[in-house]
Design a protein around this ligand. Structure first.
Ligand SMILES: [Zn+2]
Ligand SMILES: [Zn+2]
Length: 266
């Protein structure tokens, strides 16, 4: 019997397991397994599922059935990426997780959040794929102390036994808020902001890349990263995120990520 097992009853009394989203104590186990949510948060957590867009996995409404269907956005403009894997749909519970993790300094959440993304990626990852996080500008990195996407990427790479390259992409200029901008303006605002680290560029030629972001809103930032990676010669780029804001999903201003602000019609 391990020490942890021996002292489990005492530890659980002193430090009862708590739900990572709402902080409530979890008595008698959680319905979601090891990385435990309380029953209420687990019930509210939205997970993407079929039917969805064949290309980007944007879920359709329950009334939409049809294999090999594409969402309006993919039909209008073929995406630059090779697919999107989202652990959750942006909602009350995933928003709380991201707020605690990104703005509340709860860096230990990288474990459960990263493992959830890794479980979603599963077999889609090529065995020689390389995990690359969306970069932060150094000022923001200095202010926050960590790149949340890099922390998730590290967990994902470890879980799937893949190479991790945290500094393959660099953000060479700070990006203003993208909220209120149309897709063309967003692209313009991001122009030249993200670059491939010249010392690492050789390493991704011909490689499959898993690009990691914590929250995917309009997709402008991740698409800018995909373009840079493809230009540098990567074979494919799949975007993996913890929470995905759906196309028609408005998010209150105070809760939006700093770099991108989703819009109802984004
Ligand atoms: Zn909870
Ligand atoms: Zn789509």
């Amino acid at each position: 019997m391990s020490l942890r097992q021996t002292f489990a009853p005492i530890l659980d009394f002193v430090y009862p397991p708590r739900c990572p989203a709402c902080g409530d104590g979890i008595a008698g186990g959680s319905p979601s397994g090891d990385d435990a949510f309380c029953a209420e948060c687990w019930g509210k957590l939205q997970l993407p599922g079929q039917p969805w867009c064949t290309t980007c996995h944007h879920p359709f409404g329950a009334d939409h059935f049809g294999a090999d269907a594409h969402c309006a956005r993919c039909l209008a403009d073929a995406p630059v990426h090779d697919g999107i894997v989202a652990a959750t749909i942006y909602g009350e519970v995933s928003r709380d997780m991201v707020l605690h993790f990104k703005h509340g300094g709860r860096i230990a959440l990288a474990g459960p959040m990263g493992r959830t993304i890794a479980a979603r990626i599963g077999d889609r990852a090529q065995s020689d794929a390389i995990v690359v996080p969306v970069p932060l500008h150094r000022w923001r990195l200095w202010k926050r102390g960590y790149n949340q996407s890099a922390m998730l990427g590290k967990v994902i790479a470890r879980s799937l036994n893949l190479e991790f390259s945290p500094d393959l992409l660099v953000r060479s200029k700070p990006t203003p808020s993208l909220g209120g901008l149309d897709p063309k303006e967003r692209r313009e605002a991001l122009k030249g902001a993200i670059q491939c680290n010249p010392r690492k560029a050789d390493g991704i030629r011909g490689r499959d890349v898993i690009l990691v972001d914590d929250v995917m809103t309009s997709g402008a930032t991740s698409d800018a990263c995909v373009r840079v990676l493809k230009k540098a010669g990567s074979k494919s780029v799949v975007i993996a995120c913890y929470a995905r804001v759906l196309h028609a999903q408005p998010v209150p201003k105070s809760e939006t990520p700093e770099t991108e602000r989703p819009r109802a019609s984004a």
